[in-house]
Design a protein around this ligand. Structure first.
Ligand SMILES: NC(=O)c1ccc[n+]([C@@H]2O[C@H](COP(=O)([O-])OP(=O)(O)OC[C@H]3O[C@@H](n4cnc5c(N)ncnc54)[C@H](OP(=O)(O)O)[C@@H]3O)[C@@H](O)[C@H]2O)c1
Length: 301
């Protein structure tokens, strides 16, 4: 154990919070040669499962023991528990601590800073639903990083070593950054669920909808990756097919009125991208906008 801000690949790492993100990051870090040596969690059983995935990692019943044994501690609890955990622990001068939340800034770790620790944030911009899938999903992921120069250098190094892409964030940028991640990682799944549910309106099952529609997602992702915005934006709005848009609005308002507001608002926010692409004349865009807005009053949500 050292009391230093010179964190490097020999720095002993601890985790408090043995869930999906903590478990995935710890396995990735350990595989990349970082010594993950201590873990604690709310339930000792979670910490034991975590430690069982990593060689030379010990599970502790008391989270203070994790902080006492590690020089750098990742708090990978749920967001609401980060400050509670940080406030419970006695920190050392020069020790490092980072949380994994995308929405919260380092402010949550103020009690550690008051005791001389240095604080940061290390947020993987990815959806994690298990450790097994999480470890596989880390390569190529962007990591939003906050903290002083020493912490940033260390966390950027970890992100690169586990094949991620580090970016620096200012505290004031965190919430919008997180909203963008939730739009893509979480609300995209909601949008897919809505699209698949529409299949029940024409006598097919939602599962059939999922099967039929989900191959479009990698195609859209690949288009975005190769040609970017606005070139990847497509559909009847981009083509200026106002007759098709009218038919959509009639069908959705009569057969799936619960989704009408979603359809209208998504279409409206998409129009400027179609104009930017050069595929939709501003006058045609205005006509489609007025048509979409005229259905807002019949919106049943
Ligand atoms: N899930 C994602 O897609 C994702 C993506 C990026 C970042 N994040 C961030 O990563 C962090 C962890 O999220 P997660 O998805 O890994 O959550 P999770 O799977 O629910 O894991 C959270 C872990 O924290 C432990 N915990 C909760 N309260 C605690 C406390 N008071 N003391 C000690 N341990 C406690 C839980 O304990 P027990 O199991 O021991 O009961 C659980 O193992 C959050 O800050 C989240 O915003 C999540």
């Amino acid at each position: 154990m050292t009391n230093t801000q010179n964190f490097d690949k020999a720095t002993q790492i601890g985790f408090i919070g043995a869930g999906n993100v903590g478990g995935s990051l710890a396995v990735a870090m350990s595989n990349a040669g970082y010594p993950v040596t201590a873990v604690g969690s709310r339930a000792f059983a979670s910490a034991q499962t975590f430690a069982g995935r990593i060689s030379d990692c010990t599970a502790y019943e008391n989270i203070q023991e994790v902080a006492d044994r590690a020089d750098f501690v990742f708090i990978s609890t749920s967001d609401d528990a980060i400050k509670i955990v940080c406030d419970q622990v006695s920190w050392r001068e020069g020790q490092g601590v980072a949380h994994c939340s995308g929405a919260a800034s380092v402010d949550l770790l103020q009690s550690a800073v008051d005791q001389g620790a240095v604080a940061g944030a290390f947020h993987p911009l990815q959806a994690f639903n298990s450790v097994e899938n999480g470890v596989k999903a880390i390569p190529g992921v962007t990591f939003g990083i906050e903290g002083n120069d020493a912490i940033q250098a260390y966390l950027r190094g970890i992100a690169s070593d586990i094949k991620g892409i580090p970016i620096s964030l200012r505290p004031q940028d965190k919430v919008l950054y997180h909203v963008s991640g939730v739009l893509m990682g979480n609300l995209l799944a909601v949008l897919a669920s809505v699209a698949a549910s529409m299949w029940e309106k024409f006598d097919h099952t939602r599962d059939e909808g999922v099967r039929a529609l989900s191959p479009m997602m990698p195609a859209v992702s690949s288009n975005l990756d190769s040609v970017g915005v606005p070139q990847a934006v497509a559909g009847p709005y981009v083509r200026g097919d106002i007759g098709t848009v009218r038919k959509h609005l009639e069908a959705v308002s009569s057969s799936a009125p619960e989704y009408l507001a979603l359809y209208i608002e998504l279409a409206l926010v998409g129009l400027p991208f179609a104009v930017e692409k050069g595929a939709l004349a501003p006058e045609r865009s205005q006509e489609i906008k007025e048509l979409l807005e005229s259905y807002r009053s019949t919106d049943s949500i």
